[in-house]
Write a protein that binds this ligand. Structure first.
Ligand code: FAD
Length: 279
């Protein structure tokens, strides 16, 4: 696949404070120079960031870039999702990342939607082909999946419901992605599945988050990162080498693009972008 047919995109989260918004604006200006295909903006489960996600997405659009809001459905009513879709449609948004999300602790009721395939079905029923819909994929399987086979079928249900493409949970193990793609192809899935890439900025929070979301940090990487202790420069240098190597392998083996989890920081993503010559 040629480089310009591939999709390179960046993920942001909506800032919580005016200072955070100003910092993100500055970081985004630097990220925009990389010319990503789109910026996606996360959405807090239960609608907790609804207004901030919308504000961030509208700012990105006003700056002249394509924005793809995430939309998670757990804990939501049909009316609330309908009104969010209407707001996006009225503002010219044509690209969504549709998710189930996770119930915030203390919220017992799942709401009108139990799984992301039901959200995708609802979006298609309400808005036809208005939106390009991305869904989440899990090369190392979703942590709540009963077994890999069921998880794969759940993934297929989201695509059968009308999703156009997928972005994966991050991973550091190339073989997990390659195996997942083989499994998808074996059951007739041929839509683009873009690897999600998490730059390595530190160790302890990455290790905690990876445990929660079911992303494996291979032992050799974990051991090396642990050995650097508080030496953040070494962690970042080693992380850049590891993640560059992973991305090179993914692209050499036909991955349809890369989606970077920037955590609103531009430096590591920009360094990866340059090393991979994506501009
Ligand atoms: P689903 O596809 O519904 O799957 C969830 C689990 O249910 C899986 O274990 C699946 O196997 C199982 N399942 C699905 N259908 C069925 C069924 N019919 N019967 C039984 N089991 C079933 N979270 C946020 O809150 N906000 C975000 O902005 C956000 N962005 C994300 C972006 C990406 C690219 C990724 C990979 C994840 C993101 N997440 C986000 C996290 C995501 O919400 C969680 O991983 C969540 O737990 C699952 O969401 P999903 O859409 O993958 O769910």
């Amino acid at each position: 696949m040629t480089q310009n047919k591939r999709t390179f995109s960046l993920e942001l989260f909506p800032p919580q404070t005016p200072e955070g918004a100003a910092k993100l604006r500055a970081a985004r200006a630097r990220m925009a120079a990389l010319k990503p295909r789109f910026f996606s903006v996360t959405f807090g489960a239960g609608g907790s960031t609804r207004d901030r996600t919308l504000e961030t997405v509208l700012e990105i659009q006003q700056e002249g870039y394509q924005a793809a809001p995430h939309l998670s459905c757990i804990g939501s009513t049909r009316e609330s999702i309908r009104s969010i879709l209407e707001q996006y449609r009225a503002n010219g948004i044509r690209h969504l990342v549709a998710l189930r999300g996770d119930l915030p602790s203390g919220m017992a009721r799942p709401g009108a939607f139990r799984y992301a395939n039901e959200l995708v079905e609802f979006i298609r029923a309400e808005t036809g082909d208005c939106f390009h819909i991305e869904v989440a994929a899990y090369p190392e399987y979703h942590p709540q999946a009963k077994n890999p086979q069921d998880d794969l079928q759940s993934f297929k249900r989201k695509l059968d419901a009308g999703a156009n493409s997928a972005i994966t949970q991050y991973f550091y193990n190339f073989d997990a992605y390659a195996h997942f793609i083989d499994e998808c192809q074996a059951i007739g899935i041929d839509l683009p599945i873009v690897p999600g890439i998490m730059p390595i900025a530190g160790y302890s929070s990455l290790a905690r988050f990876s445990d929660t979301c079911g992303a494996e940090i291979p032992r050799w990487i974990r051991k090396k990162l642990e050995s650097y202790g508080d030496d953040n420069a070494s962690i970042r240098a080693f992380g850049l080498d590891v993640v560059t190597g992973l991305c090179e392998r993914l692209l050499a083996n036909g991955a349809p693009g890369l989606h970077f989890y920037t955590l609103n920081q531009d430096a590591l993503t920009a360094a990866l972008w340059q090393r991979l010559r994506l501009s």
